[in-house]
Design a protein around this ligand. Structure first.
Ligand code: SF4
Ligand code: SF4
Length: 187
């Protein structure tokens, strides 16, 4: 049988052209903070006031006005709990800040501060969401734009500015006291 030369596709060529925009789950779209604030480490349950985050390397200084795509609204911790230290667990793999979207954004993030947001108005409502449209994601029927609210946010948030270069090392290791167990004894 004669050799037949099969042309290989150029990686990504047609895929990129035909790729639909992600649906809300593909960018971790989050509903508004219940207290009306914008998304920030200071209102994330994974942040500790020792300038650390439970899912990033503890040597990375992460301040109150930082934010990443994994934000979960909640009360931050005073110190990082030790049980033994959450950071000493052998199997933990920290989130890479280059992939988590970690950045400093004073004032926090929200759709209404994002370059992809189109405000429609208070009376606009679609799919149970009021406020505006996002041109970076598809609605649940796979057709963009997606309805979003002004204080929603997602991992694709972008205000169009250059991200800040973060301090790579925490100069002073932070001592954290052990977290007490249910009977008040330290682990
Ligand atoms: S870096 Fe992300 S996960 Fe960590 S505290 Fe901040 S918002 Fe939360
Ligand atoms: S407007 Fe921006 S932050 Fe809001 S869903 Fe769209 S890309 Fe995400």
């Amino acid at each position: 049988m004669a050799d037949v030369e099969i042309p290989l596709p150029i990686v990504g060529q047609d895929v990129v052209k035909d790729a639909p925009l992600p649906e809300p789950w593909g960018v971790l779209l989050a509903h508004p903070n219940p207290d009306g604030s914008r998304k920030s480490c200071v209102n994330c349950m994974m942040w500790a006031r020792t300038d650390q985050c439970a899912i990033h390397d503890p040597d990375l200084i992460i301040e109150a006005d930082h934010i990443c795509g994994y934000h979960v609204f909640g009360t931050p911790m005073e110190v990082m709990p030790t049980r033994p230290s959450i950071h000493d667990q052998p199997n933990i793999q920290y989130v890479d800040p280059d992939y988590s979207g970690l950045d400093s954004v004073p004032g926090g993030t929200s759709c209404d501060l994002c370059m992809y947001y189109e405000p429609i108005g208070e009376n606009y409502e679609a799919d149970g969401v009021e406020g505006g449209l996002c041109h970076q994601i598809s609605a649940l029927d796979e057709n963009p734009p997606a309805p979003v609210g002004p204080l929603m946010c997602c991992a694709a948030w972008d205000d169009g500015s250059e991200p800040e270069t973060l301090e790579p090392e925490n100069p002073e290791p932070v001592e954290t006291p052990p977290m007490p167990d249910s009977e008040g004894n330290p682990y």
